[in-house]
Design a protein around this ligand. Structure first.
Ligand code: GDP
Length: 213
């Protein structure tokens, strides 16, 4: 076992412990002045509507309905803040790319997300969720460029990997890694996950622990 492996295993164990603490909803913001004060280190989650964001947050926190799943896509237009054991704050950013959303709505939540990303010294990383069946799309690329411009550190998380064959999984992982590598602000790796089958959840928890430790 290499030193890196040992470090990762230790982080996984600490990450598991971190998420044994209860997480609870503490604030929702629809406008910049509703953003809560910066206190705990924050990890944010972004992605298209229906990417599996609520399911992933629920899987990470071992809580079945912390973030609501299967709501009408695009309904959740606010930034939701969850305190996890007073050690960490998870931030659920509004899903983007919902076809039926109005231009005014899109402008409002894009503006709020930008305000958040630019002004958050406590924000350690944004996890950008990509549906592994779709791969990275144009809407995701727009968000990546917003992250790059805001100098936010971000990482790609592939979701719903249980829906892919082994060959498809290898291809989407390689393509995603190659695209993320073109961005300086992107973490040079990709998390491959399934909230449904609990794949990659331990590794993601370990990574989150390493960011706030
Ligand atoms: P959100 O809109 O991004 O919060 O997405 P949800 O978490 O509500 O998930 C959208 C849909 O994808 C729901 O029907 C989920 O059951 C499904 N889903 C989410 N995660 C997974 C997964 O890991 N595997 C599979 N097969 N389906 C998933």
């Amino acid at each position: 076992m290499t030193e890196t492996d040992e470090g990762e295993l230790a982080d996984i164990e600490q990450g598991r412990k971190l998420f044994l603490r209860p997480c609870q909803f503490v604030a929702g913001a629809m406008t910049a002045d509703q953003l809560p004060d910066m206190q705990l280190p924050e990890i944010a989650f972004a992605g298209r509507s229906n990417v599996g964001k609520s399911s992933l947050i629920n899987a990470l926190t071992n809580q079945k309905s912390l973030a609501r799943t299967s709501q009408t896509p695009g309904r959740t237009r606010q930034l939701n803040f969850f305190d996890c054991g007073e050690r960490l704050c998870l931030v659920d950013l509004p899903g983007y790319g919902y076809a039926k959303a109005s231009k005014t709505d899109i402008k409002a939540w894009t503006g709020l997300t930008l305000d958040f990303l630019k002004g958050r010294a406590t924000l350690k990383r944004v996890m950008l969720l990509i549906d592994s069946r779709r791969g990275i799309g144009d809407k995701d690329r727009e968000i990546m460029s917003i992250f790059d411009k805001s100098a936010v550190s971000w990482a790609v998380v592939l979701t719903k990997i249980d829906k892919l064959s082994a060959t498809e999984k290898t291809a989407v992982t390689a393509n995603t890694l190659a695209e993320a590598a073109k961005h300086v602000a992107a973490w040079p790796g990709v998390f491959v996950t399934s909230a449904e089958k609990a794949v990659g959840i331990d590794e993601l928890r370990g990574h989150i622990f390493s960011l706030i430790d």
